[in-house]
Write a protein that binds this ligand. Structure first.
Ligand SMILES: C[S@@+](CC[C@H](N)C(=O)[O-])C[C@H]1O[C@@H](n2cnc3c(N)ncnc32)[C@H](O)[C@@H]1O
Length: 249
């Protein structure tokens, strides 16, 4: 193992290639039950967190947006409504099963002309420089192996003046919330995963990956290190979730 680079997959140390493979395995496994599990696990709160993120996006008709690691497309749908028929939104994800579910939902909601789906790794976005007015990444960055590379890629494809919004689990800050949150994440989530998605391990990974994700101040510095400006963040639900925002100058 000496000298071999390693990264976290939940609480385990693995090679970067192994992490990417195992993250793909998690989302292959949970894709079919993903939306139901989100509602169950968060008691619907993920909808409010996404609504808050979309309110920050506040796009105008005709603008262009990219939803990175967009999965089943909740944020994409909201962005598409904001930019309207003259605008354009791309849903991208590295996982074909998640992307297919997102594409079907967007088509069912009537967004065929101004939305496209692109299979892409957040670390290597296949778009021209300075393309988008806004980029969102919701509950995705935690799963990316090289977060600095992904942040740099997202900055590159933002237009000058465009904004990046990172919605991600964070660390509870309300006194007394942490022990409850820990018990919920390490006991209830894997149990729900077993009962509903027939996959306990993926939901244990979810709880572990949240603990391994950088705290909000560190993530803020990572956005700044990627060259984003005017960076700040909002803590939601007592710090369980944070939305970071930064602009390309
Ligand atoms: C927890 S889901 C979030 C989906 C959606 N954004 C939402 O908020 O409901 C995480 C998504 O990140 C995707 N993902 C993981 N690693 C990725 C990477 N390196 N590049 C792009 N997407 C990635 C997964 O395939 C999965 O669809």
């Amino acid at each position: 193992m000496s000298g071999e680079p390693s990264t976290d997959f939940g609480f385990e140390r693995v090679s970067p290639a192994d992490k990417a493979r195992r993250v793909r395995g998690v989302f292959d496994s949970v894709a079919r039950r993903y939306d139901l599990m989100n509602d169950l696990m968060s008691a619907g709160a993920h909808r409010l967190w996404k609504r808050f993120t979309l309110a920050l996006a506040n796009l105008r008709p005709g603008q262009r947006a990219l939803d990175v690691a967009g999965g089943t497309g909740d944020l994409t749908l909201g962005l598409a409504r904001q930019v309207g028929p003259r605008g354009f939104v791309i849903l991208s994800d590295v996982n074909a099963a998640m992307l297919a579910l997102g594409r079907d939902r967007l088509l069912d909601a009537g967004f065929a002309r101004n939305v496209a789906c692109v299979l892409a790794d957040a670390e290597q976005l296949p778009f021209a420089d300075a393309t988008f007015d806004c980029i969102t990444i919701g509950f995705g960055l935690r799963n990316v192996t090289d977060k600095a590379a992904a942040l740099a890629a997202m900055r590159r494809v933002l237009k000058p003046g465009g904004q990046l919004l990172v919605l991600e689990f964070s660390q509870p800050r309300l006194p007394g919330l942490k022990p409850l949150y820990d018990a919920y994440s390490f006991r209830v989530l894997p149990l729900l995963g077993r009962l509903v998605a027939h996959d306990e391990a993926s939901y244990r990974y979810l709880a572990e990956s949240i603990r391994m994700h950088p705290d909000p101040e560190t993530l803020l510095k990572m956005l700044e290190a990627a060259g984003l400006e005017g960076c700040r963040y909002h803590s939601l639900s007592g710090g369980i979730v944070a939305v970071h925002r930064g602009y390309r100058a």
